[in-house]
Write a protein that binds this ligand. Structure first.
Ligand code: AHR
Length: 359
């Protein structure tokens, strides 16, 4: 009986222990469940807050230190000495300022530029620098950039588009004024001539802003005197080779009748100078040579007495352009049109200035 009671007591004790363990287990489980339900949203909010703070700090830091931007640059091509200097100036300014550069050379073809801009949009660049080959036909792609919230900075050449909200600002030369300067120089130079003064004109790329505007400005000035006449006008596409080729054709048809060559850039003028020499005439004497750009090659030709004047078109505006891009990202309102300051150089200044020419 004693044995039976003892074993019954052990049984009760074991049962009691089991019940106690079960109760502990269930209370632990429920407290775990409670803490999971409570903690998860709290932790997520905290994490979210931390992430937001991190981004804010980053943004504040960027604003203070100057944001590193990814900049897509669609350049016209490599058609002239001027263009080479301009490309280098812009590329150097972008990378020297610590930004990332994506570069595309359009080889003077509009379709290449449209493709390049679309690719910059796909790559989600921060800004696009764009020097349009021609003035028209860019509405759609610029609208796409605007829709993607990517500001477009026109450099050197502008576009002929009514909706000027499609670009942020245009930094470049006043091409009409350059044409006027060329015209004014000629009018003064020929002040004592009775005339007629027969002019041949080498135009830049058809449909490009400098070709259109330099023609307009020049004609506006010479048009005021009847003695001036443009007897031939054709494009040389801003290159030396084409300038030479077209001048050969001018000489073939008009030869000794040509008094003046007005060339929309120095490279075409330099090509034409070769054609004139090969034809047996003296450039700078038998035919007055007027160029635009003021590149080193023109200074060399002037120092040799083969070219009379060059109107400056300054390509070295890379640093000014990058300043404008940074100002835009710092929230500053930019003027729609910003002009590059320029001058004009004649034959008698060439030797002295040649050693200091930067391009
Ligand atoms: O747009 C600027 C013009 O383009 C330069 O005068 C010419 O040389 C260049 O190719």
């Amino acid at each position: 009986m004693k044995k039976f009671l003892a074993s019954k007591g052990i049984l009760v004790l074991l049962l009691g222990l089991l019940l106690l363990l079960a109760a502990c287990g269930s209370s632990e489980e429920s407290s775990n469940e409670e803490s999971a339900a409570d903690d998860t949203p709290e932790q997520t909010e905290e994490e979210n807050e931390a992430e937001e703070t991190e981004t804010d700090t980053e943004e504040e830091g960027n604003e203070e230190a100057g944001e590193k931007l990814v900049i897509g640059f669609s350049q016209v091509g490599a058609e002239s000495e001027w263009r080479t200097a301009n490309t280098k100036s812009i590329q150097d300014a972008i990378t020297d300022a610590g930004h990332e550069l994506k570069f595309s050379d359009a080889q003077q073809k509009q379709e290449n530029q449209i493709k390049a801009i679309r690719s910059f949009i796909t790559q989600k660049v921060d800004a696009i620098v764009f020097s349009p080959v021609v003035e028209t036909g860019f509405e759609t792609v610029l609208q796409e950039a605007k829709d993607a919230n990517i500001p477009v900075f026109l450099a050197d050449r502008s576009v002929d588009i009514e909706d000027d909200s499609l670009w942020t600002t245009f930094l470049g030369s006043d091409f009409v004024e350059e044409g006027r300067k060329a015209g004014n120089w000629l009018v003064e130079e020929m002040a004592d001539e009775e005339g007629p003064v027969n002019i041949v004109e080498l135009q830049g790329t058809v449909g490009s802003a400098p070709a259109i505007d330099r023609k307009e400005g020049f004609e506006e000035i010479i048009g005021s005197e009847d003695k001036f006449e443009i007897i031939k006008s054709q494009t040389g596409d801003f290159t030396r080779a084409k300038g030479k080729e077209v001048m050969e054709a001018f000489l073939k048809s008009d030869g000794e009748n040509i008094d003046v060559l007005y060339s929309h850039n120095d490279d075409m003028a330099i090509g034409a100078i070769q054609a004139i020499e090969e034809y047996g005439l003296k450039p700078g004497e038998d035919i007055i040579i007027i160029g635009v750009d003021a590149v080193r090659g023109a200074f060399e030709a002037m120092a040799d007495g083969k070219m009379n004047v060059t109107i400056e078109c300054n390509p070295l505006f890379g640093p000014q352009l990058v300043d404008l891009i940074e100002q835009h990202f710092a929230g500053e309102e930019l003027e729609k049109r910003i002009a590059v300051e320029e001058s004009m150089y004649t034959m008698d200044q060439a030797e002295e200035l040649l050693p200091t020419r930067e391009y």
